[in-house]
Design a protein around this ligand. Structure first.
Ligand code: RFL
Ligand code: PHB
Length: 389
């Protein structure tokens, strides 16, 4: 088989890139090692920057997002038993949209089917080859038969545990990493959200986040120990802990109910440099991971796709290699700013093992400064709604 671009990974970055390429007449094949239902069963991101929304519109999948997504013009920071609103729109003129990653993935998969583009699920042993030449190819096994796809470019959109980054000679890649000494326990429940906007709470017992997927479906997180197991957290224990970490007025707004999803995610910052190795480019989580505190992971995947798509469009439609040559530099410049912001939000909102009474007061002073200084609030807001591409 031959195509122009082989995309490894059918998460949001692979699907979005594939759709943008396809609608510009650039042929592509997506390979994923798991099945469609497994991908749609993963509960992940919920907050979209305007740039991400614009790209989904460009890909022709904005209809349901605009009908069902919730525009949010602010967020609340909770500390010292009080809620403080950050007026994102007043400070930046922009808003964010709450619309689940699961729904985006669904919309993109449906559009891909409609467009007649090829996706091969449950492809085993996917392997990129010869990307340091002008004739790269990808091999994989399906139903016990080996296949080869020749192509011009390979996009490694295969997440943090994918094969693309591993396929690169290890002396050509430099990695930067920070692990945080806690995780997030997240639940989803069919109950109305505590508030109409998100609440990020700093509390001596640990961080908590009130989020949502719709007016009837809530997504909540509490900071937990890395040793905790899901079985340790009954719904009852979760709701009690969540309410203890929120100011009274927010705790009273929490409607409890049975959870239908519960998972623990460790928190990590990670960046691989460069993001391009000849004709293989790394995109999204394959190149970088941020802790979810700043809601940046999916949004960074979208901005990477933007830069790579522009480069590939320049190559095919304008016969220019300038964009594709600049991919890694352009993407990394934005990536590091989001890595910095996510690290900072994590640091100021969580309880670390060495957070003592002094440390707690310093965090509260920083948060108090943030909500009362127009300049500091504007800096947070500008990063939260997303820096320009
Ligand atoms: P994905 O979504 O991991 O998709 C990668 C795909 O590649 C496939 N794959 C392979 N295919 C073939 N061969 C192999 N060897 C392969 N190895 C892997 C996988 O099966 C998969 O289908 O990466 P992508 O597309 O780069 O997307 C990244 C986002 O999923 C991620 O950054 C966000 O979910 C992060 N994130 C959040 N981001 C936000 O912008 N806002 C948020 O509010 C937000 N909240 C979150 C989050 C991530 C979370 N978790 C659990 C990681 C909340 C959570 C809890
Ligand atoms: C979510 O709704 O899953 C969510 C929202 C905001 C974050 C992280 C996750 O910062």
């Amino acid at each position: 088989m031959r195509t122009q671009v082989v995309i490894i990974g059918s998460g949001p970055s692979g699907l979005l890139l594939g759709q943008l390429l396809g609608s510009n007449g650039i042929d592509n094949v997506i390979l994923d090692r798991v099945g469609r239902d497994y991908i749609l069963g993963r509960v992940r991101a919920g907050v979209l920057e305007q740039g991400t929304v614009d790209m989904l519109d460009e890909a022709g999948v904005g209809r349901r997002m605009h009908a069902e997504g919730l525009p949010h013009e602010g967020i609340s920071l909770a500390f010292d038993n009080r809620l403080h609103r950050i007026d994102l729109t007043g400070l930046t003129g922009k808003h964010v949209t709450v619309y689940g990653q699961t729904e985006i993935t669904h919309d993109l998969m449906d559009k891909r089917d409609e467009s007649g583009l090829t996706t091969i699920y449950k492809a085993a042993n996917v392997q990129p080859h010869d990307f340091d030449t002008d004739a790269p190819y990808v091999t994989y096994d399906k139903d016990g038969i080996s296949h080869r796809i020749d192509c011009d470019f390979i996009a490694g959109c295969d997440g943090s545990h994918g094969v693309s980054r591993q396929a690169v000679p290890q002396d050509t890649v430099r990695t930067y990493e920070r692990s945080y000494p806690f995780g997030w326990l997240g639940i989803m429940a069919e109950v109305p959200p505590a508030d109409h906007e998100l609440i990020y709470a700093n509390h001596p017992r640990g961080f908590a986040l009130c989020s949502m997927r719709s007016e009837h479906r809530s997504r909540y997180y509490v900071q937990c120990s890395l040793d905790d197991r899901i079985e340790d957290w009954s719904d009852e224990r979760f709701w009690d802990e969540l309410r203890r970490r929120l100011p009274k007025e927010a705790a009273e707004g929490v409607t409890t109910g049975p959870s239908f999803e519960k998972s623990i995610a460790p928190l990590r910052s990670f960046v691989a440099e460069p993001m391009q190795f000849g004709r293989l480019s790394l995109v999204g989580d394959a190149a970088h991971i941020v802790p979810p505190t700043g809601a940046k992971g999916l949004n960074l995947a979208a901005s990477d796709v933007h830069y790579l798509f522009e480069g590939l469009r320049g190559h095919y439609l304008e016969k220019s290699s300038a964009g594709i040559d600049a991919y890694s530099l352009k993407a990394l410049s934005r990536v590091w700013k989001a890595v910095r912001f996510s690290w900072w939000m994590t640091t100021v909102l969580h309880r670390f093992p060495d957070t003592d009474a002094f440390g707690q007061r310093i965090q509260e002073a920083e948060l108090d400064y943030l909500v009362h200084s127009q300049a500091a609030a504007a800096s947070l807001a500008e990063n939260y709604v997303g820096l320009p591409y």
